[in-house]
Design a protein around this ligand. Structure first.
Ligand code: F6R
Length: 368
């Protein structure tokens, strides 16, 4: 049932184009209106929402961080992201005009479930983003966006994460449409780009030899850092988490702008540093990340740079350049995470670990 792959995880990484396509299926009418069938929260109510709180754990919380950037940009509704395990113990401010978004692949994570129960007691509206039909979290929510990734068996989330991102984008665009916050053909343009993603991902997955080779070069390294800014920051966090849980290597993700506030002290000769570079655009984001790469490289880091494939501003500072297809900044996490997933999977394989069932971990964490 692993269809010729060594691990379910690797199979699930390669299933991502199809998983993304399935999550997008039937969401977009010919007349240009987004449809979220099981949203079940009336448009009139969504117009009154004045705050969004995304609640999740682990990988799902990183999808939530991306959601924050996209949702605030598209809808101008203040959006915060909180780890489910922190949420209910700090007397959070939520009420009838708060939309709580609970992201959970399994739909059974106890921390997330307890958090939404608490939110509903405060009369917040809850929408779940979930991959498991009929599981507890969507059952206890007002609405649900199912991710249709198919069963995820590998303990480490991969296609779960990508489809959570897609669902978050759909939610953001849907809210923007309901509230009329995006102008002209923005929704149409972004939807067209999303619909293109499965093909783009397929193309990328065919060309990952470089990353696999990198894993064999790094298999003895005790520590790896990941840097990113904007939506590249959650990608860095997720890349680091994959490496920790699968390869049992110390790995950390940082917001690149935080480097000089501390983490740069960690940089030493030959330390591998992965950097996610945003697409070149009108803002300064891209150039800022390029200077962060120069900073770590000047201190001896070995830089593995994920950037647009023809980005010649960054190539002089990359010891290894992993090319990413051109997409909008907000959608780039869908692509940038893929080489990092494969890197962790391969490295763990080379170290002889059980990739599908890493030590001390369970697929769904049903205790707080
Ligand atoms: C990491 C991973 C976990 C889960 C987290 C939440 O690879 O799989 O961090 O993302 O335990 O699980 P769900 O999404 O089922 O609530």
């Amino acid at each position: 049932e692993k269809a010729g792959y060594d691990w379910f995880m690797r199979k699930e990484i390669y299933e991502q184009p199809e998983a993304v396509a399935n999550t997008l299926l039937g969401r977009y009418d010919v007349d240009g209106a987004l449809r979220l069938d099981q949203m079940s929260i009336a448009a009139s109510e969504l117009k009154r929402i004045d705050k969004i709180v995304v609640i999740a754990c682990g990988t799902a919380s990183y999808a939530g961080l991306v959601a924050k950037y996209a949702i605030e940009h598209w809808t101008r509704i203040p959006c915060e992201v909180e780890l489910a395990s922190e949420f209910r113990y700090r007397d959070p401010i939520v009420g009838p005009t708060t939309l709580v978004v609970a992201i959970s692949q399994s739909g059974e994570t106890a921390d997330t479930l307890m958090a939404i129960r608490h939110a509903r007691e405060q009369r917040a509206r809850v929408v779940a983003i979930c991959n498991t039909n009929g599981s507890t979290i969507p059952r206890e929510s007002d609405g649900v966006i199912y991710t249709h990734a198919g069963p995820e068996i590998g303990v480490a989330s991969t296609k779960g994460f990508l489809t959570q991102l897609v669902a978050c984008y759909l939610l953001g665009l849907y809210l923007a449409q309901v509230r009329g916050t995006l102008f002209g053909d923005e929704v149409e343009r972004l939807m067209a780009e999303l619909e293109q993603m499965p093909d783009t991902l397929r193309g990328m997955l065919e060309n990952q030899d470089q990353v696999l080779k990198l894993a064999s070069d790094f298999s003895d390294n005790p520590s790896v850092l990941f840097l990113g800014r904007h939506v590249g920051y959650p990608v860095a966090l997720e890349g680091a988490l994959k490496l920790k849980e699968l390869a049992y290597i110390h790995a950390e993700g940082f917001a690149a702008g935080e480097l000089k506030h501390g983490p740069i002290a960690l940089i030493e000769d030959r330390l591998p540093v992965f950097v996610v570079v945003p697409p070149r655009g009108r803002d300064l984001l891209h150039d800022k990340v390029v200077s962060n790469i120069q900073e770590v490289r000047a201190r001896g880091a070995f830089t593995v740079v994920l950037a647009e494939e023809d980005d010649d501003e960054v190539s002089p500072y990359a010891d290894v350049l992993i090319g990413l297809p051109k997409v909008s900044t907000l959608l780039q996490p869908l692509l940038a995470i893929v080489p990092l997933q494969l890197f962790a999977c391969e490295l763990a394989t080379l170290k002889g670990h059980d990739v599908d069932q890493p030590r001390n971990l369970a697929k769904s964490v049903t205790v707080e």
